[in-house]
Design a protein around this ligand. Sequence first.
Ligand SMILES: Nc1ncnc2c1ncn2[C@@H]1O[C@H](COP(=O)(O)OP(=O)(O)OP(=O)(O)O)[C@@H](O)[C@H]1O
Ligand SMILES: [Mg+2]
Length: 217
Amino acid sequence: MTLMIGMVSQKGGVGKSTLARLIAREYAQAGWRVKIADLDISQGTSTDWKQRREQNSLEPEVAVEPFRTVAQARKVAELYDMMIYDGPPHSMSGTLEISRSSALTILPTGLALDDLRPTIMLAHELVDNGIPADRILFAMCRVGDRENEIEEARTYISRAGYACAAGSLPEKTGYRRASDEGKALSEVTYPSLKGRAEELAQSIIDTISHQIQEEAV
Ligand SMILES: Nc1ncnc2c1ncn2[C@@H]1O[C@H](COP(=O)(O)OP(=O)(O)OP(=O)(O)O)[C@@H](O)[C@H]1O
Ligand SMILES: [Mg+2]
């Protein structure tokens, strides 16, 4: 069976594509057949990234394909162990479609209330539409370097009733450069940035593993 994971947000530019690539790379490295379904076809961000990855001959190979809808992506899903939906921003119907298909829906968010509030509203909307809250995971992306700000955001998310992945991705030029070269954030050369990306990725992977066990029961 194909494990499906969704990356969604209402706001643009929060880190959906970046996280999709990070998680895809970690599973591909572990030998899984992974495909990123790039559902943001007007931008094709992950599709372009895949081309840069190929031009730079980076391993492991991470498959990316643009799809207009989740239904189209699902048609080829059985060829893969994992399908990661890289969602478009500003599309509630598209977001729901992704979430309904996914064992886990990941909501990247920044730390400002301007970012947190709409992300929590989106999570509530998903729950109102029948998505169980324990299939929703927040992930802090593009954060600053103030530890207390990160902790406050974590408390805010938890009070709203949602889980948040451990770790966070700081906003760094090193990450941007890595993406420009077709790398996932865990492939960055700076050890401290690599460590931060790996910590967040591992926490998401642990949640996914837990989800698989729950569903097997
Ligand atoms: N931690 C980070 N440090 C530096 N730049 C980052 C970081 N995370 C993401 N970016 C950059 O921010 C921009 C937006 O990130 P990304 O494309 O992952 O967001 P998105 O949610 O997929 O956006 P969209 O809604 O447009 O699809 C990209 O240019 C990306 O390279
Ligand atoms: Mg994107």
